[in-house]
Ligand binder design. Structure first.
Ligand SMILES: [Zn+2]
Length: 356
């Protein structure tokens, strides 16, 4: 398989259509590791969310990123530890990071992460003490830093530290220094697997590559690693939800419960500023499809009137995000800001109720 080969029918690269599956239960999972759930989401929302958290909770961006990088690297460690084969680790040890990096670079291009290149490794053979990468147009600089730190820690089985700096508006340099202290096995195991409920959603598959035909609404610039929604121009990327969950939970742990309303509100603002009114008013079938294409979960019930909006979502990815999205949709459709109440049911369903 050539990850960056594009389907002539729908424009989706093989690195997506052959490695990911859009399931009838409203989720996206990796074919090679079905426990790894992804969402396909507007990446610009994240930077606005970080800024919102800093503003409202009075923390510096540097500190916030520290928390994000630490929690993301932990999730990446667990994921790679499960999926990276021993021979790949061995290869990295003997031929250096270059081979591995070309895979990471390709992966980054198809997932919408930006353009990743290896800067160098010291010493050039054997166990590296320092590895440098460059990333151009990162989908999220702190999440990428977390990924890179986690990857180095899995390969070397040692704690590492990291620094990042902007070289210009688009390019960043990231240096990972591998420490002496070994990582014990327990640091590679996190993640509590959330069971999913089956669903009955059907995508129309592309006749050629079998990816959902809906993905033809997005364009892949594989020279830069940028995916865009063709209609709105918004940038999109694939995010692992375990990593995002780890980040949200750690922020809550560090800054308290007030993080949750801040995340909800920032996603509400994102929705109001970027979604069209017609989209918000497009109704159950259309919103259900939009949510499923993004892997957010399966909308199973939807009611909207000027007095009230009620939704139920099965297999919700990141409830805070979905609640913010629902508030934004209500506001756009009805023309009034809403107040939301939400609960996660025993079976994992998310129920949201919004009133003006
Ligand atoms: Zn196709």
């Amino acid at each position: 398989m050539k990850a960056t080969r594009i389907c002539r029918e729908c424009g989706v690269p093989q690195g997506i259509s052959r490695t990911m599956r859009w399931n009838p239960d409203g989720t996206i999972t990796q074919i090679g590791d079905p426990r790894h759930r992804m969402i396909f989401f507007e990446s610009g929302n994240l930077d606005r969310m970080w800024a919102g958290i800093c503003d409202e909770l009075g923390v510096t961006l540097e500190h916030l990123w520290e928390v994000v990088i630490a929690s993301k690297s932990r999730a990446t460690r667990a994921f790679l530890n499960r999926t990276l084969f021993w021979h790949q680790r061995l290869a990295a040890r003997f031929v250096g990071y270059r081979t591995l990096m070309s895979r990471i670079e390709e992966q980054g291009l198809v997932m919408g992460y930006g353009k990743i290149t290896l800067g160098g490794q010291f010493p050039r053979r054997g166990r590296p003490r320092r590895v440098t990468v460059f990333i151009e147009d990162p989908y999220s600089l702190p999440l990428f830093c977390g990924d890179f730190k986690g990857a180095a820690e899995v390969l070397e089985r040692r704690w590492s530290t990291l620094t990042y700096q902007a070289l210009d508006e688009r390019r960043h340099q990231i240096d990972v220094t591998v420490g002496e202290e070994r990582l014990e096995e327990e640091y590679f195991q996190v993640e509590n697997h959330v069971p999913r409920k089956p669903g009955d959603f059907r995508f129309t598959p592309c006749p050629s590559c079998r990816a959902p035909l809906e993905l033809a609404h997005f364009s892949w610039d594989l020279s830069r690693g940028i995916i865009r929604d063709v209609e709105s121009g918004r940038r999109m990327a694939f995010f692992g939800i375990t990593g995002m969950r780890a980040v949200f939970d750690e922020l809550k742990h560090e800054l308290g419960e007030r993080v949750t309303p801040t995340i909800v509100n920032s996603e509400r603002l994102n929705t109001v500023s970027s979604m069209e009114v017609e989209e918000a008013r497009s109704g159950f079938e259309s919103l259900r499809l939009r949510a499923a294409v993004r892997g957010l979960g399966l909308l199973t019930s939807f009611h909207l009137s000027p007095e009230r909006m009620e939704i139920v979502m099965t297999n919700p990815a990141l409830p805070e995000y979905i609640v913010g999205l629902a508030l934004g949709i209500f506001e756009l459709a009805v023309g009034k800001e809403g107040t939301g109440r939400w609960i996660l049911e025993e079976d994992g369903d998310l129920r949201v109720e919004i009133t003006p």
